[in-house]
Design a protein. Structure first.
Length: 407
């Protein structure tokens, strides 16, 4: 049992938020989304920089005994963030642009997924403790992820939200999100069953029952209640549902964030759950989640990331191959799908560049992989480097491809 040092925790939060705010301003002038500054802040405060430059300061500011409290706060931030992602994810977007978005979205998953499977054999030597099947599937899913919220922010910043390209990119990202989180939940269940925690069939059956209850019982009940009682659409009630759903998936044995995401997805849309209400809830919830709690997650990720481990295992060529496969697979898959559907060469290439952004969503998935023991610390560091690189290159690539249509 451990006790929380409140004074140290408050100092950690102050340092994290100050550095994130500083980097936000610098990177905003470079046209990069705020998430990039938060990722870099995490790396600067972790062993890759602060722990290497001033190990005594690092040990005093982030001793191992303080990390559980920091992790706990970051997990609450993840639950709130994933609920917002699910709440904003309108599956009708996929249907509205199902022709182009369907093929481009599918290939933007299948091609990098296949690249991940192909790399799993050579990269397994960096994580020999992980069973081969969960490792291969997890690596493939990690290559396939698109960061839906970061993509939406980039579209807004570049003035592309209301364009056909923007609509199709959002639809593709929605398909990516649903597919990635479904696969990741299944891999989590598979890994824990392989470790002897629980039967895989039992976990799949329990997850299926949970999904049916949420979709066929909870959602209709919420729809009925939102029509009769406006209070159901208020933030406290929505948070109760989100936290209960998160508790359910954590108890099942997958991860709390899946429950939060699914709670947002199944929340009824209609007269009582209009765009105005979603924006109102987001305005209430987003500041505490995105300004305070999510930066703590990035710092915790940075503390777990040590770029020096990559050189320590002489694995920089592996890191380069991972980055190249991630970019080539995602951009190439979306470009192929777009050109087949006659979306236009430039727009198809721009679609691939947009879907290549990974950011926060990728880091969430990688932390799950590290917690489950699927990724080793060196491989985790390589994958974090891939997430940072692919997100950093999105805006510059987009401006090169569409110089007249971007800001």
């Amino acid at each position: 049992m451990y006790s929380v040092n409140i004074a140290r925790l408050l100092l950690q939060i102050a340092v994290i938020l100050a550095l994130c705010r500083l980097l936000h301003g610098i990177l905003q002038r470079m046209g990069q989304p705020p998430v990039i500054g938060e990722i870099i802040a995490g790396l600067l405060l972790g062993p890759s920089f602060l722990g290497w430059l001033a190990p005594s300061w690092y040990a005093q500011l982030f001793p191992a005994s303080s990390l559980p409290a920091l992790n706990g706060l970051s997990q609450i931030g993840l639950v709130l963030f994933m609920f917002l992602v699910g709440l904003r994810l309108d599956l009708r977007e996929v249907s509205a642009f199902r022709n182009v978005a369907g093929l481009a979205g599918l290939l933007s998953i299948v091609v990098p997924f296949s690249a991940g499977l192909a790399l799993a054999g050579p990269l397994h030597a960096l994580a020999p403790q992980s069973p081969m099947l969960p490792f291969s599937l997890f690596l493939a899913v990690s290559m396939s992820i698109t960061a839906f919220p970061v993509l939406a922010r980039i579209l807004s910043d570049q003035g592309l939200t209301e364009t056909r390209l923007g609509h199709i990119a959002i639809a593709c990202a929605a398909l990516n999100d649903v597919s990635a989180w479904t696969l990741l939940a299944w891999i989590t269940a598979l890994t824990r069953s392989a470790d002897g925690h629980v039967s895989i069939l039992g976990t799949i059956a329990t997850v299926g029952a949970y999904g049916l209850i949420m979709a066929c019982a909870v959602r209709p009940a919420l729809r009925l209640l939102t029509r009769r009682f406006a209070v159901v659409s208020e933030l406290p009630v929505m948070l109760v549902i989100a936290f209960l759903s998160s508790w359910a998936t954590e108890w099942i044995g997958i991860h709390a964030l899946f429950g939060a995401f699914f709670a947002g997805v199944i929340w009824p849309r209609g007269e009582a759950m209009s765009r105005t209400i979603i924006e109102k809830v987001s305005a209430q919830l987003e500041p505490i989640a995105m300004i305070v709690l999510i930066p703590l997650f990035f710092t915790y990720t940075g503390i777990r990331t040590n770029i020096g481990l990559i050189g320590g295992v002489d694995a920089w060529p592996y890191a380069a191959v991972i980055v190249a496969a991630a970019i080539g697979g995602k951009v190439g898959g979306a470009f192929l799908g777009g050109t087949i559907m006659r979306f236009g060469l430039r727009d198809s290439l721009a679609l691939g560049a947009l879907l290549n952004t990974r950011g926060l969503v990728e880091l969430i998935a990688l932390n799950v992989g590290l917690d489950l023991g699927i990724l080793s610390p060196p491989l985790f560091s390589m994958m974090v480097l891939m997430a940072l690189t692919t997100t950093l290159t999105t805006v510059p690539l987009l401006r090169c491809i569409l110089p007249r249509r971007t800001k």
